[in-house]
Write a protein that binds this ligand. Structure first.
Ligand SMILES: *[C@@H]1O[C@H](CO)[C@@H](O)[C@H](O)[C@H]1NC(C)=O
Length: 332
């Protein structure tokens, strides 16, 4: 699709949408329409239907893909099926970043799957960084109400000027509202979308206690139902595909409905296992955007977290897209 076509499709699709739930009904794209292989040679395989992708980690390499475009805001989604059985140390990440364009002050929005130990649950983590705030992790961790290795489940990020919402299937699991005091810590520059599988032995499962065991390789993560519905930013003339109307619709979409909010509360009561907002070991002073929920505070206070950093840079090895680099600022 050309730039103008994409622009028109975006504007028309966003008209009248009122919730994240509706966003999940947006058209699915072919892998080639939106993405390119980032690294991993033969370890990335696009299915014959052109819509599904397998990412493999074996003793040679992990693998990953990256969006062809960079985006400032939008709705980004994939259904993912995680590797079954023993997968300690294996990291699967579905995330946005502009680390290759802004080395010192990059932004990031992360969904990370942190491996398991046979018989135990997979855990997932969400996190954001803005403008290089890597000394301040804003991690939350959860377990799930299903086994993510048995079926595909949808993982989505809605990113607007004012909100970031993470979804699992049709449940919003986390809402980050931009506050004035967050300043540059709220992601606000165009980012690429990535999906990767890599060896996080030193990092991922129980803080690196359990490494990847290649006896159980290959580890295969499957991706399908790809939605890339964002305000693409042209890297050369820096024009965003979202004019005011579309940006406004994205804002409307980021208003969580009452029923979604109830689902989110219920999810968090049962499945939230860690939040930086209650980690007084790391943060003597609670970060300004944290809204303390007494029930969460009471339940999570006793949890002794293992601190993870951001997604380490080493999984970004490999071919980056050859596009000219975007060097604009937030003034798009
Ligand atoms: C982002 O970081 C750059 C470089 O450190 C700084 O000049 C700029 O003011 C920051 N922007 C915001 C919004 O904080």
């Amino acid at each position: 699709m050309g730039f103008l076509t994409r622009f028109l499709v975006f504007v028309s699709l966003f008209t009248g949408l009122v919730s994240g739930f509706a966003l999940q009904r947006l058209p699915l794209i072919q892998f080639d329409e939106g993405y390119t292989q980032l690294f991993g040679d033969q370890n990335l395989i696009v299915h014959r239907d052109g819509k599904s992708v397998r990412l493999t980690l074996d003793e040679r390499t992990g693998s990953g893909f990256v969006s062809n475009d960079i985006y400032l805001h939008g709705f980004f989604s994939s259904s993912i099926k995680l590797p079954a059985d023993y997968s300690a140390g294996v990291v699967i990440a579905f995330y946005m970043s502009n680390g290759d364009m802004y080395e010192k002050n990059h932004d990031e929005i992360d969904f990370e799957f942190l491996g398991n130990i046979r018989g135990k649950e997979w855990r997932i983590q969400t996190n954001i960084y803005g403008n290089g705030s890597t000394h301040l992790g804003r991690e939350e961790r959860y377990n799930l109400w299903f086994d993510p290795t048995e079926d595909f489940h949808r993982y989505s990020v809605l990113w607007s000027h004012s909100h970031i919402i993470f979804y699992v299937d049709d449940v919003p699991i986390r809402e980050v509202k931009r506050t004035a005091t967050m300043g540059g810590d709220f992601p606000a520059k165009p980012m690429s979308l990535y999906a990767t599988i890599w060896d996080g032995s030193k990092w991922a499962t129980n803080g690196g206690k359990y490494g990847v065991n290649y006896k159980y390789a290959p580890y295969i993560a499957q991706f399908t139902d790809l939605i890339l519905h964002g305000c693409a930013v042209d890297p050369t003339d820096k024009i965003s595909s979202c004019e005011d109307g579309a940006a406004k619709n994205l804002r409307v979409a980021s208003e969580i409905t009452m029923s979604e909010r109830n689902k989110m509360k219920s999810f968090r009561r049962k499945h939230l296992t860690y939040s930086y907002c209650y980690d007084h070991t790391r943060y003597k002073v609670v970060l300004s955007e944290c809204v303390v929920n007494p029930e969460e505070a009471k339940r999570l206070r006793v949890y002794d977290p293992v601190t993870f950093g951001g997604i380490p840079h080493r999984h970004r090895h490999g071919k980056h897209r050859s596009k000219s680099r975007f060097d604009g600022s937030e003034s798009i």
